[in-house]
Structures are given as C-alpha cells and as structure tokens.
Design a protein around this ligand. Structure first.
Ligand SMILES: [Cu+2]
Length: 69
C-alpha cells in the first residue's frame, strides 16, 4: 500500500469534497480517501499494483478540479 497527498484547487464547499471523494474511490486500487476543503487536498491510500498518482490526478481533473504541483 502506498499513500499520497495531492493538492486540489477549486473546491469551494462540502459538495466539492464529496464529489472528489467519490471519483477517487471509484478508481480501481484505491483503498482509502480523505478529502479536506481547508487545506484543499486529498489523502489517498492505494495499491500501486492497480493504480498510480497519474491516474489519481486524472480522476480529480476529470471531476473538474485543478491539481497543484
Ligand atoms: Cu462545492
């Protein structure tokens, strides 16, 4: 298991947090997700055999948010 924290820009409310959480949990291999509004970030625990940071970033961007860094 690996863990990563990704900075997420553009979340403004609890609905955004729920949306980002939902798309991340839908990525195969993701085990745990904790999204916070302030600071805007997503902590994700995942199985590196099944997914990676690039896929996680793509999922966030696909939901309409910007990934910093
Ligand atoms: Cu929102």
């Amino acid at each position: 298991m690996e863990a990563v924290t990704i900075k997420v820009e553009g979340m403004t409310c609890g609905g955004c947090v729920a949306g980002v959480t939902r798309v991340l949990k839908a990525v195969p291999g993701v085990q745990e997700v904790a999204v916070t509004l302030d600071p805007g970030e997503a902590k994700i625990a995942f199985d590196p055999v099944h997914t990676g940071v690039a896929a996680l970033r793509a999922a966030i961007e696909g939901a309409g948010y910007d990934v910093a860094g």
